[in-house]
Design a binder for this molecule. Structure first.
Ligand code: ZN
Ligand code: ZN
Ligand code: FE
Length: 762
């Protein structure tokens, strides 16, 4: 039977080779008709035998091009037959070809790599080779529609050969906006440490030579500059670390291929899959013995952050340089945003980099490398950025008709989040909002996302904390109503939203810090919550944060605080090794602060409890990066010990989860000479027991059988896996993060969803 059907395909379907795919598919199925880009996505009509039309629609969803992400296909049958003679790609009408879903930046594809390595190809060794299946997207878009003039490829006029590819529907580069070649595209240039051009025929070869000599080279990548050094050269790595003033935080490494990754790390199948995915995140994996990398790459750490090459340039450096692994750390000064601009790179990284490998393709919006880790069989984001942004998170049903929201996120690891219809768009990693550079980047990102996603927010959402720069930004935008969302409620809403569960739920928000309704600092919270409201039904017993924020950088202070709470002044006389290592002046100072309770807010933070135990046990007394004490405490655990420490739960609503006995028991273990590894294990066991039994009690009262886990402390893999398992064994349904980070990078999503729903009451 001869018939005609129409279809609308929504999702990421523009700029990814979708129309040529439809064209080829229709021809293969023997159908006529047309396809075109519209504001909806892609619209098409096909005509032919009914069976062929069915075959066609089945293949649309099964076989789409690699970068397409189809969110829905609408099909309507039995429209009037037109008797077209062929299938055609129709030009989209001006101003109409815009869809708000943009593809993220992904790694170079196999076909492009093959061409780059082919001496006979006109793009042999061309470091910016790309096609509709690969290459830059989000980082080069200035505005939508995603067309070359609105990207940073605008200044490059395509040569006739590139243009011919661009206009040929049968070509892999049909409408590939960043299409370029040696003739017409961006070029590399090597500059010396002061930014002066280095005359050389082959900047790649010269860069390799310098890296081999132990130099540090700043390399412009997709979303920003990396600082590169040969990871097998101890001198080079030490130099990089010293110049960057990065004391102990692990440096990410890029390895040649999966085999090289296997030679430095123990990899599961899931981890290999994560490493090789087009998004090319940094994957946190366990070091392999005899890995052969310089010790300074990740000192005091059992793990490496590893990624595979993702730009054509990376591949050239590895293939022609023969490196096994290169340190590739973001090119920035400790807390500032990653550098993207050539001149800016020289001025900010002078003295750190010996040379700069730059190019003339501008990065419009910076995007750091994403960081993931496989925990409990699931991929978890530690940082969701390049390769993932701007892919939206689909919101639970019932949230579609709500006004668009801009949520400004937390302070550390800031992201922002915009909502529109049933989508939430978390931004890339913005960073720690502690300086004006980061605030400026925040403003830029907000404006950019509003523009390219065509979202005019009607409501703002921000944290309760008045001093967060993100909150201040929201307060400045007085034209919009502002909804404040408590930090830990936002954490829990975030995990609910990404799991499509509206609550009610028992929420465990185990975190570093966050301002509570009572103006104390929360962070070890048991909430009963849904998407709009919560009750604080329990929390860890409070301790003083001696000297406020300074205590977060100084785990020894927290240890003293907890000891002081349990032993009073006698704490200082305990024969504990960690006390002997303490600077007497500082000990006196902290004791005085604790006694007088000046500048010392109360906190129920679980992160600070980890700090205290880590310092107390002599594992880590100083956080040279956020969370270091907790990370090192997690790593030294001795697996077999099943013991745990005593605890008690006092009161009701909120229940106080007392930790005094826990601290005393740890002290006793220490005095008995029990090893750090066993103490750490028992401490983890205790938290797992404590929180799962509290959930059990709360279920008795509330009949809530769902538990949501969120907050920075759940970056601890053994706590996340152990608590999830323990809760499941008790019959709970457990929700955890897999789409946005469990740390403060995920807070903006929770704020956005909570505010969108609460705005109905405005
Ligand atoms: Zn390609
Ligand atoms: Zn060209
Ligand atoms: Fe938090």
């Amino acid at each position: 039977m001869h018939a005609r059907s129409a279809g609308t395909v929504r999702g990421i379907v523009q700029g990814v080779g979708f129309r040529p795919f439809i064209y080829k598919l229709a021809v293969r199925c023997g159908l006529t008709g047309f396809v075109t880009n519209t504001s909806q996505g892609v619209e098409l009509e096909v005509e032919g035998r009914a069976a062929d039309i069915d075959r066609f629609f089945a293949a649309v969803s099964d076989e789409g091009p690699p970068l397409a992400q189809i969110s829905s296909i609408e099909r309507s049958d039995d429209i009037p037959v037109q008797n077209d003679r062929e299938f055609s790609i129709r030009k989209s009408r001006a101003g109409e070809n815009r869809s708000t879903l943009v593809s993220p930046d992904v790694c170079v594809c196999e076909d492009c790599l093959r061409e780059m390595n082919d001496q006979g190809d006109r793009r042999f060794r061309y470091p910016f080779i790309n096609c509709t299946h690969c290459g830059p997207r989000y980082t080069i878009i200035r505005d939508i529609p995603y067309d070359r003039p609105l990207t940073t490829m605008d200044p490059f006029k395509m040569c006739p050969a590139c243009l011919a590819e661009y206009e040929d529907p049968g070509n892999r580069r049909f409408h590939a906006q960043p299409n370029a070649c040696w003739e017409c595209g961006p070029r590399l240039e090597l500059r010396d440490g002061d930014g002066r051009p280095i005359a050389c025929e082959d900047p790649v070869g010269e860069t390799i030579r310098r890296l081999k000599e132990g130099g540090v080279v700043a390399v412009k990548g997709l979303g920003g500059f990396h600082l590169a050094a040969d990871a097998q050269n101890p001198g080079a790595v030490a130099r990089l670390r010293g110049r960057k003033h990065r004391e102990e935080k692990p440096l990410a490494v890029m390895v040649r291929d999966v085999d090289a990754a296997r030679s430095i790390a123990v990899l599961s199948r899931d981890e290999i899959e994560a490493l090789s995915s087009r998004r090319r995140p940094i994957v946190i994996v366990k070091k392999q013995e005899g890995h052969g990398l310089a010790p300074d790459v990740a000192p005091r750490n059992h793990n490496f952050g590893v990624m595979l090459p993702y730009t054509p340039l990376h591949y050239l450096l590895f293939m022609e340089g023969g490196f096994k692994a290169l340190v590739m750390t973001s090119g920035n000064l400790s807390e500032e945003p990653i550098t993207i601009d050539n001149e800016d790179a020289v001025s900010r990284l002078r003295g750190i980099a010996d040379a700069f490998l730059v190019n003339d393709r501008e990065i419009h919006l910076r995007s750091d490398d994403s960081i993931v880790r496989v925990v409990d069989g699931t991929l978890r984001h530690i940082r969701r950025s390049r390769g993932f942004v701007p892919v939206p998170v689909q919101l639970p049903e019932g949230l579609s008709g709500l006004p668009p929201v801009l949520a400004v996120g937390a302070e550390l690891k800031n992201t922002l989040c915009l909502t529109k219809g049933s989508y939430a768009f978390p931004s890339q990693h913005v960073g720690d909002m502690e300086n004006l550079e980061t605030l400026e980047f925040f403003r830029l990102t907000a404006a950019h996302l509003e523009r390219i996603l065509e979202i005019k927010p009607e409501v703002l959402a921000a944290d309760l904390h008045p001093d967060y720069l993100s909150t201040r930004y929201a307060l400045e935008r007085t034209e919009l109503p502002l909804i404040r969302v408590q930090h830990h409620h936002a954490h829990i809403v975030s995990v609910l939203a990404e799991n499509g569960f509206p609550g009610p739920v028992i929420g465990l928000a185990l975190d570093g810090t966050g301002l509570g309704e009572d103006r104390t600092i929360w962070g070890g919270e048991v909430l009963t919550a849904d998407l709009t409201s919560y009750e604080r039904v329990g929390h860890l017993q409070q301790a003083l944060l001696p000297g406020g924020d300074a205590a977060a950088r100084n785990p020894r202070r927290m240890a003293l605080s907890y000891l002081f709470r349990s032993y009073g002044r006698d704490a200082l006389d305990l024969p504990l090794p960690f006390l002997r290592g303490l600077d007497p002046t500082e000990a006196r100072l902290v004791t005085r602060i604790l006694e007088r309770r000046v500048h010392s807010p109360w906190t129920s933070s679980c992160g600070r409890l980890f700090d205290a135990v880590s310092a107390l046990a002599g594992v880590c007394g100083k956080n040279s990066y956020e969370g270091q004490a907790a990370v090192e405490l997690e790593m030294i655990q001795d697996e077999p010990d099943k013991g745990f420490y005593p605890w008690s739960v006092q009161g009701r609503n909120p229940r106080i989860l007392e930790t005094g006995a826990l601290i005393r028991a740890i002290v006793e273990d220490l005095l008995r000479g029990v090893s750090q590894g066993v103490i750490s294990r028992r401490f983890h066991n205790t938290l797992i027991e404590l929180f799962s039994s509290v959930c059990y009690e709360i279920r008795q009262e509330t009949r809530i059988n769902e538990v949501a886990l969120s907050g920075g402390v759940f970056q601890n893999a053994s706590l996340l896996a152990g608590l999830s398992r323990s809760l499941r064994e008790r019959g709970f349904r457990v929700f955890t993060h897999s789409r946005v980070p469990t740390n403060d990078g995920g807070v903006s999503l929770g704020q956005a969803v909570c505010a969108a729903l609460r705005s109905r009451e405005l």
